[in-house]
Design a binder for this molecule. Structure first.
Ligand SMILES: [Cu+2]
Length: 169
């Protein structure tokens, strides 16, 4: 008689043990931290060496005489312009570069001569002393795009035809 209760007790004990022991919850797997992707090294762009534009230099020869002014070219690109003025004539002349929108024959007059300063912006002048009979002289300017007029303004030479248009593009 004593065996049965003992067996029952044993079974009960097993059941209790089975039920009472809360299974330790299996810990959820800790999320493995996702490795923060290392941003790819930004390739440092190789800068092309800043191309320094080559300075634009134009050489223009001018023939002048009684009574004409003839440039070797009618236009040049903006930049440095070197004028070499040749005077094969038997008299002295003058060479003046004027930036103006006026037509070559329509400059402002002062008596029988032109008035360069009143006609536009005078870039420079080769004087008659520098440009005597048979002489050559040079003068250079940094010239912006625009319209220019090249004249001789000695006496009435301008009115007689010593004027010509010149364009800088
Ligand atoms: Cu002249």
């Amino acid at each position: 008689m004593s065996r049965i209760p003992l067996a029952i007790v044993a079974v009960l004990a097993l059941l209790l043990a089975a039920c009472g022991s809360d299974p330790t919850p299996t810990p959820l797997p800790t999320a493995t931290p996702t490795a923060t992707p290392v941003p790819p090294a930004t390739a440092t762009p190789t800068l092309a060496p800043t191309a320094t534009p080559a300075p634009v230099v134009s050489d223009v020869s001018i023939e002048l005489g009684s009574y004409f002014v003839t440039p070797s070219v009618a236009s040049v690109p903006a930049g440095t312009v070197n004028f070499t003025v040749n005077n094969p004539d038997t008299r002295a002349h003058v060479f003046i570069v004027i930036k103006t929108d006026l037509a070559p024959e329509a400059l402002v007059m002062a008596g029988s001569a032109a008035d360069p300063a009143a006609s536009g912006t005078v870039l420079g002048t080769i004087t008659r002393d520098q440009l005597g009979a048979g002489a050559s002289a040079s003068i250079s300017f940094e010239m912006d795009a625009g319209s220019y007029v090249l004249i001789c303004n000695r006496g009435s030479h301008y009115s007689r035809g010593m004027t010509v248009a010149f364009t800088v593009e």
